[in-house]
Design a protein around this ligand. Structure first.
Ligand code: FNR
Length: 182
């Protein structure tokens, strides 16, 4: 069965490793899986005053979530938590009150850091929020890309075979999980 995934990178940086990782997931996705990488760079900072007349970027976000069978969130780590741009997207997706688009969407989380140690704090905080958003989150396998700075070439393509294998294994598990939930 065809599956559509709404994928989010928690970094707006042009050369973001997190975005490169999400792109690698898209490239290595199984044939019947469509990965839509959602642009969250145009979302305004969360502001309830804007809920009276939702900005176009927020409407587009809502639409993307509604159309997806499942969600994939990739985050860098900022001061041992996940990124504010990702939080902003999660917050907008949950508004207006009582109309959250996230509810019951299966979700998987990826952590990314250029360092050997990192991303756990980001993923841990993110998982807490997903619980409140009532999103069934795949627990295992976990996915952390450490030393991300060594894993991509100059064109931003993933070159590390071990990581490629892990991504393929992750997809296998995630598709089983999505089909169980939906
Ligand atoms: C960081 N960085 C970082 N890295 C990490 O592993 N743990 C951390 O707690 C932090 N803290 C942190 C705070 C802030 C404000 C910034 C800007 C950066 C470094 C971060 O992992 C690095 O800049 C990555 O390259 C960011 O991800 P992208 O943009 O490459 O996807």
């Amino acid at each position: 069965m065809a599956i559509t995934i709404a994928a989010f990178s928690g970094s707006l940086r042009k050369d973001s490793f997190t975005t490169k990782l999400i792109k690698a997931f898209k490239e290595l996705a199984p044939e019947d899986v469509t990965v839509d990488i959602i642009d969250i760079s145009q979302l305004p900072l969360i502001n309830q005053d804007l809920e009276i007349n939702l900005p176009q970027a927020v409407k587009q976000l809502h639409n993307s979530i509604e159309q997806a069978d499942a969600v994939l969130l990739a985050t860098p780590e900022y001061n041992r938590s996940y990124s504010p741009v990702l939080k902003n997207a999660l917050d907008w997706g949950s508004r207006p009150e009582g109309q959250s688009k996230w509810k019951s969407k299966p979700v998987a989380v990826l952590g990314c850091t250029p360092y050997q140690l990192g991303a756990f704090g980001a993923v841990h905080h993110l998982r807490q929020v997903l619980t409140y958003l009532d999103m069934p989150a795949m627990q295992q396998p976990e996915f952390y890309l450490g030393k991300a700075s060594d894993k991509f070439n100059g064109e931003g393509k993933l070159t590390d075979q071990e990581t490629k294998d892990l991504i393929i294994q992750f997809w296998d598990a995630y598709i089983i999980w999505i089909n169980k939930i939906n």
